[in-house]
Design a binder for this molecule. Structure first.
Ligand code: GLV
Ligand code: GLV
Length: 323
């Protein structure tokens, strides 16, 4: 079993991860593992990594210049996530570190969850089930249980996950268009690129799949949300800060948005109280990649990157390379 006490480890894994891949590390290195129940604090992380050569970081860990200044032996930051917005990539580059992530293996799981949110929001599953549980079901009726429209889906960010969602939606007969830096990236699958503002006005459902960067922070702000069709559905399985949560709560309350399906939030694990109070918000605790298959494969990639770098090989999925 890995140590829980992080004293003098070579590799710090900031949260327990699936055992097989963790064993790849514990059989080779002195490994310490963070607390099972809560995120590692910034101080604990720096202390645990003071002599470490590698860290397997979670998306809750801030890897910034202050941390790097205290982790002077570090060779690699192996992020247990595809998104790397928790890492100051420039600071890592300046220090000559490897940074790696876990792409591909969580694409299907995240796309499946996005479809689950789409259908649940459109068919109003949370409210409908709540009615039944509250004993308010009076029997079948022609005017009961209208769906929101979902025939036109806008994908913001047609990367690996965006494309996997598009493919699934097309199989449902949904028309898909996108807005991405490369407007032609969907041509091969019949997904037309459009300027963001036109796309928002066109869609019944808008689904966010871009990475969080300085450019995409609050990409969907109050002004942009106001250009969406009245009664439209908004889905986010990427990163919370891409949408302005306060503005989303307002748009739900005013009926401007018909429903939202959110797996990510601006200040996780805190969820905006006005979203918690909205019956037309379906809210999940960041579980896009939470299948056993995906998480085990992510752990294999994260552990494999550490083994590769500490044994002098190049890792499979570099985000930053030294030199
Ligand atoms: C999860 O959100 C990830 O980026 O892998
Ligand atoms: C992330 O894996 C993406 O490119 O969508």
């Amino acid at each position: 079993m890995p140590l829980v006490s992080p004293d003098g480890c070579e590799v710090f894994v900031s949260k327990p991860m699936p055992e097989g891949p963790l064993g790849e590390l514990t059989s080779r290195f002195r490994v310490a593992v963070g607390h099972p129940e809560r995120p590692t604090t910034a101080d604990e992380l720096a202390l645990a990594c003071r002599s470490a050569r590698a860290v397997v970081a979670m998306l809750t860990d801030r890897i910034d210049a202050a941390f790097l200044g205290r982790a002077t032996n570090l060779k690699i930051v192996s992020n247990f996530a595809v998104g790397v917005n928790n890492i100051d990539l420039e600071a890592c580059r300046a220090r000559g570190l490897w940074v790696t992530n876990t792409p591909d293996v969580l694409t299907d799981a995240t796309a499946d969850l996005t479809m689950a949110l789409l259908l649940a929001c459109a068919r109003r599953l949370p409210q409908t089930e709540a009615e039944l549980r509250a004993n308010r079901w009076q029997g079948w009726a022609p005017l009961h249980g209208w769906a929101l429209p979902y025939g036109k889906l806008a994908i913001i960010g047609l990367g690996r996950i965006g494309k996997a969602v598009a493919k699934r939606a097309q199989a449902f007969g949904i028309e898909v268009r996108h807005s991405s830096p490369d407007a032609k990236s969907g041509d091969a699958m019949g997904v037309q690129g459009m300027p963001l503002d036109e796309l928002l006005a066109w869609a019944d459902v808008v689904s966010v799949h871009c990475p969080l960067t300085a450019e995409t922070q609050h990409l969907l702000d109050r002004t942009r949300l106001a250009t969406m069709r009245p009664g439209a559905i908004l889905l986010n399985t990427s990163r919370g800060p891409v949408v302005d949560e306060e503005a989303v709560a307002e748009a739900l309350e005013s009926g401007r948005l018909g429903a939202v399906g959110l797996d990510v939030f601006e200040r996780e694990p805190v969820v905006h109280p006005r979203l918690l109070a909205a019956p037309n918000a379906l809210l999940l605790p960041h579980v896009g990649s939470a299948t056993e298959q995906a998480r085990t494969a992510m752990a294999s990639l994260a552990a494999g990157a550490v083994v590769d770098v500490l044994e002098g090989r190049g890792p499979k999925h570099p985000v930053v390379k030294p030199g």
